[in-house]
Unconditional design. Structure first.
Length: 398
């Protein structure tokens, strides 16, 4: 059946990783892949995760299916992390959470649920955004449009254009927002700007959908949930897709959650019923292990503090690599200001490197960067930072 069908194009990021693996250059550097790496260049298993797995191994009695929405304790832990333990959202019972297979699965479940009741709505995504956002919501049947976000000339947020875009989104449409650590730009809204966006959403009556894949990678677990808290306080209907891939290092466990927040407990009960029917036809029941690991850590005070410390180390390493890159380029006499990279947050940065430089780095130095110049700062290490800085300086001066 495949004789007359063309092969699908490789994923822009995963395809780059495949090319990196096949490269025989011993000095090769992967700055494209979207995973955290430590200074040894490996994606570590956190000590808190290992300790939680030992607990689970000792007490596990069955491999039976989890409920459709996942382990109830997992949902409780997710909500405490999203809203804060003392949040009114939790005490009033107006949030419904389902364990999803990763952040991507959470986004797709939310998309399918929204499409069921908002058949004519359009989904608005930031320009730029994570490439897979278009695929996820497009596959769910949504027409897509873009709202202004990033100003390439100043390497910063174009907030006036963003406001203008959001004020013109029709009521009932869906706006996908990055709660923190915007992917791919690394450029976030500040608290005052978030408050203004919340007011626009409330006045214009569109539906916010927050992609929250990097909680704790920006300023901290509590600080990074500011946007979620503001939308919750506004009393509007909104969605949150969250992930434990990055902040717990549970990448291959596919551990995420979709949370639907409503104005009342009664509406939340209805939302959960339809959340379950949506999950049932997509994958029926979530995978258990990653969610149980996360719930074990989040519900154990000692493991929680251990995890918070490990998360801080990851965040601080990324900040250090941002500074090392900027300072390294300046020390090499590069006639371009890269200081904006220090102001960005999270693993990613729109580096300002154009596609010609990106191609040159790959062809001549085996340094792999996503088209458009997005780099993963966690791909930099103390062992390769000088090599990367030398190569970028050479490419710019060439």
């Amino acid at each position: 059946m495949w004789k007359n069908i063309e092969a699908a194009p490789a994923d822009s990021i995963l395809g780059l990783t495949e090319a990196f693996r096949n490269d025989s250059n011993p000095a090769k550097v992967n700055l494209g892949v979207g995973v955290y790496k430590d200074d040894a260049g490996t994606t570590p298993v956190l000590k808190s995760v290992k300790d939680a797995e030992k607990i689970l191994l000792d007490k596990e009695k069955t491999k039976s299916y989890l409920p459709i929405s996942g382990d109830p304790g997992y949902g409780v832990c997710v909500q405490k992390l999203l809203f804060g333990e003392a949040s009114e959202v939790i005490s009033s019972g107006r949030a419904a959470t389902a364990h999803a297979p990763g952040g991507t699965g959470a986004l797709r479940v939310g998309a399918e649920l929204l499409k069921k009741f908002n058949t004519t709505a359009k989904v608005w995504i930031s320009k730029p955004t994570w490439a897979n956002h278009k695929g996820i919501f497009g596959a769910a049947g949504f027409e897509l449009d873009e709202y202004a976000y990033y100003d390439a000339s100043s390497m910063s947020l174009d907030f006036p254009a963003l406001v203008n875009s959001l004020e013109n989104v029709p009521a009932g449409d869906i706006v996908l927002l990055h709660a923190c650590c915007h992917n791919p730009s690394g450029v976030d809204l500040n608290e005052e700007q978030w408050s203004q966006v919340v007011e626009i959403a409330k006045a214009k009556n569109w539906i916010p959908f927050l992609d929250f894949a990097y909680q704790g990678f920006g300023a901290g677990v509590n600080e990074d949930r500011f946007a979620v808290e503001q939308f919750a306080a506004a009393g509007v209907d909104f969605f949150v897709a969250s992930s434990f891939s990055k902040n717990f290092g549970l990448y291959n466990e596919r551990c995420g959650a979709i949370t639907v927040i409503s104005p009342s407990r009664e509406e939340s009960v209805v939302a959960m019923s339809h959340l379950k029917t949506t999950v049932r036809v997509l994958y029926s029941n979530p995978p258990a292990h990653g969610g149980l690991v996360a719930a074990t850590i989040l519900s154990d005070p000692a493991l929680y503090e251990q995890w918070i410390g490990e998360l801080a180390e990851m965040r601080q390493r990324i900040v250090a690599m941002r500074s090392a890159l900027v300072d390294g380029l300046a020390a090499r006499g590069v006639d371009r200001d890269f200081s904006f990279i220090k102001e960005q947050r999270g693993m990613f940065s729109f580096s300002g490197l154009n596609d010609d430089i990106v191609k040159w780095l790959r062809d001549n130095k085996a340094i792999y960067v996503v088209g458009g110049g997005r780099i993963n700062l966690a791909g930099l290490t103390t062992a390769n930072i000088d090599y990367v800085c030398d190569a970028i300086a050479e490419a710019i001066k060439a």
